[in-house]
Each structure stands twice: as C-alpha cells, then as structure tokens.
Design a binder for this molecule. Structure first.
Ligand code: SF4
Ligand code: ZN
Ligand code: ZN
Length: 323
C-alpha cells in the first residue's frame, strides 16, 4: 500500500516529480499551497483585487474556483463567477447545471450569460452563417463576453483554468507553427490595459491536468465529464500533451522545468516580440488590434449592420448578479 509521506495514512496519489505520495488531506493542502505559490511567483494577484473566474463545468476551472475560494481570505480578494452558455447542445445544458451547483456550494456571486438569449445566435449558428470554424467563433465569443462582464463588474482580472499541460501545448504549438508573436500572450499573467482590458491570470499554471482531475474527484466537486461535441478529435495540442506526458514519466519534473525556463525567457527570448497596439473598437468600444473588432466584423458580415452588437452589449451589461 502507498502511504502518505506526512501522516502514514493510505495515499491517494503519487507525485513522482515531487517524490511524494499523499493522502487526501495532505494532497488538498499541497494543491492549495502550490496555487498560492504560483500566484506569488508570477505576481498574479494583489490585495483587494476583484477577480472574475471563468467556469466551464470541466475539472480545471472547477478546481480553480474551489481553490481560489479557499484562498480568498488569505489573499483578501473578492471572487465573481461567470458561466457562458454557448448553445452547444446537451454539452452546454449539462455543464451549466454542474456550474450552478458549484456556485451554490461555494456561495459565489455570479453571472450566467446565455448567448442565444442575448445575441440571438448559438455558437454553431454563428459559425455556419459566418463560415468560420466553430472553435474559432467560440473562442472569440468567450474572450469578448469575459471582457465585457469583467469591465462591467470593475474586476481587476479574469482568471481561467489553464493548466500546466495546456500552457506547454500552446507554447510549443505556436513555436512549431512560427507564430512567435503569440508566445508573448502565453504568460501566467497578462497585464491589464486601463479601461479596455482587465489582467488575465492563470493560477493553475503549475498544476497538471492529472492533479486538477484528482482534486475535483476527491473533493466530490460537481463536474461534467462529457466533452464538447465540436472538440477536434486530433489536434497538435493533444499530441504535444501526450508526448510531454510520456517524457514526464521517464523524466519526472521535466514539464515544470520547461515552463519555468520559458517564463523566465531562458528557453526563448521574447524581449523583442511585442503584442502590437491594442485600440478601442470604433463600434463597440472593446479591445481590438484593428479599427473594428473581430466580433463586430463577424456580425456585420452576417447582417450588414452593427445594431445587434450594441443590443447585445446592453443586454449582457444588465444581466443581474446572482448568489
Ligand atoms: Fe468552444 Fe470548440 Fe471548446 Fe467546444 S471545443 S467549447 S466549440 S472552443
Ligand atoms: Zn497525509
Ligand atoms: Zn467591436
């Protein structure tokens, strides 16, 4: 029997990179401490911050909200939750139920945005009408809505559940494809742009998917195990993740070493790469690299007018905060 390094009770997980086996109590403690350390290491949060946490119903964002709520008095922060119903069929319906349970369990003030209700389209409809890939439209909508709601709530930052495995996969993918400009965005904290964009933080940046899943399971957190039907079966990210997991079993600790070196600028020198200028969209006022933002352009292409965007903004800005 595997026993916990700290109390000799039955261990529930073995972490080769840390040379530790831990029982449930000590694993929970380990995870909360680990997230707190990452927050400090990358200066993600300041005292008094208002943080909007994007929750999807999956293991990572659920674990994130749970750990942040345990840390909220230590860090002296105010937490708000958001769930966006993207209209992805049964997947959206079931994950929404789980997220509602989670908000209730943790007593988190939150907003639920229903895309069909507020914009008039579900993500698959928008994708069809605009002839753009579903995941690209979906990503665009999520970034947009998170930004609008965070500004409305005067949040200092938006926290997402990206894990160490996600970050490694994104970094290597952009590197392999030669999108070096994208690499500067892949940091544990992207600074805010006053009045336009709150900071974006990734407190699980040093947590693996395996750890986040075990955390959600042993704590009995409400998570939806189903996958989005639009998720591509094969992708560079998925292949990089499995390659790195194979490396990790043979060389424990290699994932975290790689990430820390990357963030320090030792793996790739990002000093000369910049994000490019971020302006205010001349139609909706949201951040954009061009005069008119991507969502305004997309709606214009479908409808020949921007009216729907302005109505959409009014609607989502007046959604009430629930407890
Ligand atoms: Fe959206 Fe694609 Fe993710 Fe589904 S898999 S939630 S469509 S980004
Ligand atoms: Zn123990
Ligand atoms: Zn716009």
């Amino acid at each position: 029997m595997m026993i916990c390094k700290f109390c000799q009770k039955k261990a529930i997980i073995r972490l080769p990179y840390a040379r530790l086996s831990l029982c449930q109590v000590h694993f929970n403690e380990f995870m909360v401490k680990k997230v707190l350390k990452s927050i400090k290491r990358y200066k993600m949060i300041s005292k008094g911050d208002r943080i909007l946490v994007a929750v999807s119903g999956g293991k990572d964002s659920t674990t994130l909200l749970h750990i942040l709520s345990l840390l909220s008095s230590t860090l002296n922060i105010e937490l708000y939750g958001i769930y966006i119903d993207l209209g992805l069929g049964e997947y959206s319906e079931k994950s929404k139920q789980k997220v509602k349970e989670l908000f209730k369990l943790l007593n988190i003030e939150h907003v639920i945005v229903d895309l069909k209700e507020s914009l008039g389209f579900k993500v698959p409809e928008l994708s069809k009408l605009s002839k753009r890939p579903t995941c690209s439209v979906c990503g665009l909508i999520k970034r947009y809505v998170l930004n609008v709601i965070a500004l409305n709530l005067k949040a200092n930052s938006i926290a997402t559940g990206h894990t160490m495995d996600d970050m490694i996969a994104y970094i290597l993918k952009e590197f392999i494809l030669g999108n070096y400009g994208q690499l500067v965005k892949l940091k544990p904290k992207l600074e805010a742009i006053a009045g336009l964009m709150p900071a974006r933080i990734k407190p699980l940046v040093e947590v693996s998917e395996r750890e986040s899943l075990v955390y959600a399971l042993v704590n009995n957190l409400p998570i939806y195990h189903g996958e989005c039907p639009y998720r591509p079966q094969e992708s560079i990210e998925v292949e990089i993740k499995s390659f790195f997991n194979m490396l990790e079993t043979r060389h424990p600790g290699i994932k975290i070493q790689f990430l820390r070196k990357f963030f320090k600028g030792e793996a790739v020198n990002l000093k000369d790469v910049t994000l490019g200028e971020i302006k205010k969209c001349s139609i909706c006022g949201m951040p954009s690299s061009t005069d008119v933002c991507a969502l305004c352009k997309l709606i214009y292409r479908i409808e020949g007018s921007y009216n729907r965007i302005l109505e959409f903004l009014d609607k989502i800005n007046s959604i009430e905060l629930l407890r």
